[in-house]
Design a protein around this ligand. Structure first.
Ligand code: FAD
Length: 384
């Protein structure tokens, strides 16, 4: 029997879930190949702890090679192009054909699109940058720290707010807070806009209670050595800069003509199938429209990638085996917002609910912080 060939492009959050579940469900019926440029899986929700020295790099990474013992074919290589007509994917030295294709390539960072940003800004959007930022803050002797967001959409709407609140706590514990001014800038109208104005207001209150100045609806256009310039002509002077870099879809999906005017791959909100049969876009690389939402498209988050990957794996297995039941993705998402002092807030809900998203905000406490620790443990063990 010729087995079904399933290619999973990207070994991050969604790719890990999809390849595991597909192999579990289709042990004999399918060859599941996971293509990822890195040898390791890295867990970004722990980067804010890495930034504070509360985690070591080895605690937030896992060897993807261990998936081979489950029967997943792990290929460490760069995807260079996707041929939707011929149904194959090219890597640096070879190509692989597919019957089903799951594109979970995440987002690239394009800091170079804003003059001065790559030169002067720190961020925690990859592991190496997080370690650099950790060293820098440990040596910071006082002044203004500007913390902000260059462009939307970006991964994890809560992450930069978490950075601001954790830095407040970090410098307070060091007895240095009086010497550190924290200023937040963003093109958003409010924090976490996809969660609605009530929740945005609660996060704004948290920032205010920590004396973090908030500049909303400002679009960064230029970064100088000690100053930021915005589209409306306003400026912010800084001594240390943290800025979420602009995001873009990876080149192979743009070159394949998969993206639309959003810059991302449009996919069916319930099945994640693209306009090409048997080709799915999952996680950050997908653009999911939310006609009833507070914002027109779903934000980018690992929890969405996880839920979407489960649905896609289920539905491919259903199609291949003809057994079971097709599922639809329900738009469920949740997210921790660490605030320091061993506490975390928690946001949870159905982001695609009708007539409006149904989202709850839980005020910071120690229990949510412990839940985040358990969430990390689950991720670092369950899928390997
Ligand atoms: C600091 C931070 C904190 C976060 N906290 C949370 C949180 O608490 N909760 C939450 O839900 N989300 C959180 N996120 C967001 C979450 O990490 C992402 O939304 C999630 O990883 C998206 O999953 P994905 O599978 O779509 O993409 P990724 O996990 O980014 O995986 C994409 C993979 O594709 C690989 N790849 C890309 N291009 C190629 C190529 N050409 N060839 C081969 N491989 C390639 C990449 O190396 C990567 O491993 C956080 C993100 C950051 C940065």
């Amino acid at each position: 029997m010729v087995s079904t060939r399933i290619l999973v492009l990207g070994g991050g959050v969604g790719g890990l879930v999809a390849s595991n579940l597909l192999k579990e469900k289709l042990a004999a019926e399918a060859k599941v190949t996971l293509i990822e440029r890195k040898k390791v899986f890295q867990f970004p929700p722990s980067y804010s702890w890495l930034m504070l020295g509360l985690r070591k790099p080895e605690q937030v990474q896992k060897d993807l090679g261990s998936l081979k013992k489950k029967g997943i074919d792990v290929v460490t290589d760069e995807v260079t192009s996707i041929d939707l007509g011929e149904k194959h994917v090219k890597m640096t030295k070879r190509y692989l054909p597919y019957d089903y294709l799951i594109i979970v390539l995440g987002a690239e960072y394009v800091a170079e699109t804003i003059p001065g940003l790559s030169q002067y800004a720190h961020h925690i959007y990859d592991l190496e940058s997080t370690l650099r930022f950790k060293d820098t803050i440990s040596k910071f002797s006082g002044g203004t720290i500007a913390i902000g967001i260059a462009r939307t959409p970006f991964k994890c709407p809560a992450a930069p707010y978490e950075v601001a609140l954790l830095l407040d706590d970090y410098f307070t514990r060091k007895g240095m807070r009086v010497k550190v001014k924290l200023e937040f800038f963003t093109p958003e109208g409010m924090p976490l806009p996809a969660a609605g104005p009530e929740i945005g207001g609660k996060v704004s209150e948290l920032l205010k209670s920590r004396k973090i100045e908030y500049h909303s609806k400002v679009k960064l256009t230029e970064v100088g050595q000690n100053s930021l310039r915005f589209e409306d002509g306003s400026t912010i002077a800084y001594d240390l800069l943290f800025c979420v870099p602009p995001h873009s879809a990876p080149k192979p999906v743009i070159d394949a003509g998969l993206t639309d005017q959003t810059g991302w791959i449009p996919a069916d909100p319930e099945t994640l199938e693209t306009k090409h049969k048997g080709v799915y876009a999952v996680g950050d690389v997908a653009s999911i429209s939310t006609p009833n939402g507070y914002v027109p498209y779903l934000p980018k988050a690992g929890v969405f990638a996880h839920g979407q990957a489960e649905v896609v794996a289920n539905n491919i297995a259903f199609e291949v085996k003809g057994k079971g039941k097709a599922k639809v993705w329900d738009g469920h998402g949740s997210c921790f917002l660490e605030v320091g002092q061993g506490k975390s807030a928690f946001v949870k809900g159905i982001f695609t609910a009708k007539p409006r998203p149904e989202i709850e905000f839980h005020m910071p406490n120690r229990i949510w912080h412990m839940q985040k620790v358990l969430f990390e443990k689950y991720w670092m063990r369950h899928w390997f």
